[in-house]
Design a protein around this ligand. Structure first.
Ligand code: NAX
Length: 325
């Protein structure tokens, strides 16, 4: 039997986490032989909800559940963890400006970065889901210098899955026939969904350029808002799915010639980008489970890349002015 993997989940009383925890414990993501210790973290006022969630998890009777803890202290709950899924964040409320959103969230991620630095295993893998996820992860990494920058990810995988699903639908093929999509940049509507290396059933995709530019790209960029408008609340189950699928990617060597999109610190030097921001790029997991950026993909639209880069640099400059980083 394998040693239990210790996984911390923040925002554990929220709707994404609710759709995520049972997927994790089912064994489909990390394997049927991988026991899991869960550390659930949320705000102090959510303790009652966490107690109820713990009851439901116990009632799930999962053979892979080794231990479960919950609370509101990141220092206690990040101790010795292998994985952190950072979902909790301050939502944007009515009338709130983007800069308020940034500074409110910066506080959370300063604190959690420090707690990871203090207690997490140096090899820990971190996925930041809470928005604005790229800049939240940038702040977190600043306060957790011991973490390998290639182990700190901001979630772009939902955008990637949305992008693949739309192409599969258009081409009337199975989603598994679509490979090589990349989502560059920020998890916002400036992101750059890219088909320059996309194949369908191993062949060049053959998609109409007009459809790509005028329908597919804008649809992917604004899909989150489209879901909110239709569903009446923000995507939770699909976000949970993307989070566990990314975790699976990070814990499994990537097949030859393939990649997944994820936002990592730009200091890797694989592309000419401003350093010190988390930017969506194609990544691969190596045999030793370290993560590397796939280099050499030519940008089909550099202007769009520079726009999303500029947005992220703006968010970082704001954090600098506020003394956050
Ligand atoms: P919910 O409001 O249902 O849950 C968020 C939970 O986080 C709440 O229980 C809240 O108490 C908790 N929380 C707040 N501050 C915390 C802190 N300092 N420590 C621990 N817990 C804290 O939101 P949900 O729908 O689950 O979404 C969570 C986050 O995911 C939001 O920021 C949302 O914008 C973001 N998303 C990111 C996506 C991505 O692709 N990167 C897509 C889906 C989603 O929009």
């Amino acid at each position: 039997v394998k040693h239990p993997l210790k996984i911390a989940v923040t925002g554990a009383a929220g709707q994404i986490s609710y759709a995520l925890l049972f997927r994790l414990l089912s064994g489909e993501i990390l394997g049927k032989d991988q026991p899991i210790s869960l550390n659930l973290l949320d705000l102090p006022q959510m303790e009652q909800t966490l107690a109820g969630i713990e009851m439901e998890i116990i009632d799930g009777c999962f053979p892979l559940l080794h231990e479960i803890k919950y609370g509101s202290d990141p220092y206690a709950l990040f101790k010795d963890i292998d994985v952190a899924l950072l979902i909790g964040a301050k939502p944007r409320t009515k009338g709130m400006e983007r800069k308020d959103l940034l500074s409110e969230n910066a506080k959370i991620f300063i604190d959690q970065g420090k707690a990871l630095q203090a207690g997490a295993k140096p090899t820990a893998k971190v996925i930041v889901v809470g928005n604005p996820c790229n800049t939240n992860a940038m702040v977190l990494k600043h306060y957790a210098p011991k973490l390998d920058p290639m182990n700190v990810h901001a979630l772009m995988h939902l955008d990637e899955l949305r992008a693949i699903a739309q192409i599969a639908h258009k081409k009337r093929v199975n989603v598994s026939d679509v490979k090589g999509v990349v989502i560059w940049g920020n998890h916002s509507n400036t992101q750059v969904p890219d088909v320059s290396r996309c194949t369908v059933k191993g062949q060049p995709h053959g998609l109409d350029e007009n459809w790509i530019k005028n329908e597919w790209q804008p649809r992917i960029q604004t899909r989150g808002a489209e879901v909110i408008k239709t569903l009446g609340r923000s995507s939770a189950a699909s976000a949970a799915n993307a989070t566990v699928q990314l975790l699976h990617q990070l814990m499994t060597p990537t097949s030859e010639g393939e990649w997944y999109s994820s936002a990592v610190l730009t200091n890797h030097g694989a592309y000419p980008l401003e350093e010190g921001i988390l930017f969506g790029v194609p990544c691969r997991t190596k045999q030793d489970l370290s993560c590397e950026v796939v280099s050499g993909i030519l940008w089909s639209d550099e202007e769009m890349i520079r726009t999303t880069e500029k947005e992220l640099v703006g968010e970082r400059e704001f954090c600098k002015r506020e003394g956050v980083v």
